[in-house]
Ligand binder design. Structure first.
Ligand code: SF4
Ligand code: MG
Length: 322
């Protein structure tokens, strides 16, 4: 079986407290009925603007948050209902790389301490074994062995992200959630870090869930891409299919904002998305995208669009296709 991660109907609702009694007066639907699978060795890109629920989804998968509903299977084992103690052995198999390497690295720890910390906590390796393993992984991410003795502030943003990647990979995980790992970096550095991540994936047989806020970033690295909007997946497809034949008006809008470099490619109809993301505490009725959709029609306000299969692996939730 080549499915590594199977996410089934995951919901994550956060209670909203109000009034003098601080009672629950509503729910913020951060993730609202999301399902997908990720195959071994694959990269699934998850794209959505801030507030779409993509980071919350990542944290639910990592067991950092409990889902309100739904099930998650990792290597065939259900992991969404595990007790804290049972989560520990999973920790080495599932890792995360965060957006802001400076915020996520303790500045008082040397690179050696940062990278070796997971080994210290989760293995019984000796000091010299830890050092040997740390040097191996530090060199793998393109830093020098003697960089071990430096501190995060002595590095550039791109190098700090390499340190976070080394820390995530030192336990030899199968699966890495990359939560906007290049969003805080200069455009010129982004490609270097993305290429490194791609090389590491091939070299180590990693599986990635790659979270980003625009379709440009995930284009190179992803095998398939899911577009999220207000806690739901609007469209999911193999990469080529999604970029060449986007069906959901939201996906079309996101793609319209990426400049077309290849002039021989036919220009798509430009879809402009205006307005702000509605509050996940009070999502629109029917289709959650309808308040910003240039193609919204009567049905969209009253009926929630269901996922429809339009091609192999290509699913879309929009009334234009049902
Ligand atoms: Fe737009 Fe309606 Fe499709 Fe939603 S269902 S994306 S509002 S056309
Ligand atoms: Mg986020």
């Amino acid at each position: 079986d080549d499915i590594l991660l199977d996410v089934q109907n995951i919901k994550k609702y956060f209670p909203i407290k109000g009034g003098v009694l601080k009672r629950t007066i509503g729910h913020l639907k951060a993730v609202d009925d999301v399902s997908f699978t990720v195959k071994k060795g694959e990269t699934l890109g998850i794209v959505g603007e801030s507030g779409s629920g993509k980071s919350t989804l990542g944290r639910v998968i990592l067991n950092l948050l409990d889902p309100t509903e739904g099930k998650i299977y990792f290597n065939g084992q259900e992991i969404s209902q595990l007790k804290r103690k049972q989560v520990r052995p999973l920790r080495k198999d599932m890792q995360i790389v965060f957006q802001d390497p400076f915020a996520s690295l303790n500045s008082k720890m040397s690179v050696a301490e940062l990278v070796e910390e997971p080994l210290l906590v989760q293995t019984s390796l000796s000091k010299s074994q830890r050092k040997e393993r740390a040097i191996e992984i530090i060199e793998k991410v393109g830093l020098r062995a003697d960089d071990r003795l430096k501190y995060p502030h002595e590095f550039s943003g791109g190098q700090r992200q390499r340190i976070s990647i080394a820390r995530a990979l030192i336990m030899n995980p199968q699966f890495v959630i990359c939560d906007e790992p290049v969003s805080a970096l200069d455009v010129s550095i982004q490609a270097q870090v993305l290429n490194l991540m791609k090389d590491l994936q091939d070299d180590l047989g990693l599986t990635y869930l790659f979270i980003a806020h625009d379709l440009g970033v995930v284009k190179h690295i992803s095998d398939r891409v899911a577009v999220m909007y207000l806690g739901k997946i609007a469209e999911i497809a193999p990469k080529k299919e999604l970029y060449e034949n986007p069906l959901h008006p939201y996906t079309q809008g996101l793609l319209s904002s990426i400049p077309v470099i290849d002039k021989s490619k036919k220009q798509r109809e430009k879809i402009k998305i205006t307005g702000d993301l509605p509050s996940p505490a009070n999502p629109p009725s029917g289709c959650v995208f309808r308040t910003r959709c240039p193609k919204a029609h009567d049905r969209c306000a009253v009926e929630q669009p269901l996922f429809t299969k339009k091609a192999d692996g290509h699913y879309v939730a929009c009334h234009l296709y049902t």
